[in-house]
Design a protein. Structure first.
Length: 209
């Protein structure tokens, strides 16, 4: 069974409060999501392997550490996942970015893949799948399916806020994919929104209704 990590860092929790607040406008909302994504990236990369290298400082030679060749890929789920990418890239500018686009079939209510574009070296990369909200879990499960179908073997799922129902669905479908959150909320309501959540992340990021 995959593990669930909820980041309790004070800066993440402080900024998440303003992200949730319905009076926070689009510009500030977008900036806060960007900042929290960067802070979460700091935590989610904690286990990256290091290797020792020798460099020359202005004073002399020094043994120091660099990340040991692990290739990272970021895969936002369109469209709301886009709001978290830039914050992560500020810390990991060498990461490649893929995209997965899904829409919900109006009859079956199941997510349907309409667009997938990934780096060519899929099998060699560790991917972070990104979506601000993990509600029913359907989109996350389908996005991870899309990556696995194309050869991805190593993935993490990163979300701002999750409902227990969504976490359970992802864990059942993909027990090899750990889940990283800023908050695990109470439940889903009858419309499939996370309670208390933050509303519709895509609408709040892009100023749409």
């Amino acid at each position: 069974m995959s593990k669930v990590f909820v980041f309790d860092h004070p800066l993440i929790q402080h900024k998440l409060t303003y992200i949730r607040d319905k009076s926070t406008g689009t510009k500030e909302f977008r900036e806060l999501v960007d900042e929290v994504a960067a802070l979460m990236a700091f935590e989610i990369t904690r286990d990256l392997p290091l290797q020792e290298v020798t460099i020359e400082t202005p004073v002399g030679p020094a043994k120091s550490k660099t990340i040991a060749g692990k290739k990272l890929g970021l895969v936002p789920i369109l469209r709301a996942g886009l709001g978290m990418v830039d914050g992560i890239l500020k810390l990991i500018p060498a990461a490649k970015v893929g995209h997965v686009g899904l829409y919900r079939d109006p009859e079956t209510l199941q997510p349907v893949e309409y667009y997938v574009k990934l780096p060519t070296d899929v099998e060699e990369r560790e991917f972070i799948v990104i979506d601000p909200m993990l509600a029913t879990g359907g989109s996350a499960v389908e996005a991870i399916n899309s990556l696995k179908k194309r050869g991805a073997k190593n993935m993490k799922l990163m979300c701002l806020i999750a409902a227990p129902e969504g976490v359970e669905i992802v864990q059942e479908a993909h027990p090899d994919v750990d889940i990283y959150l800023a908050a695990l909320d109470e439940k889903l309501n009858e419309k499939g929104y996370i309670v208390p959540g933050l509303g519709d992340a895509g609408d709040r990021l892009f100023g749409t209704k």
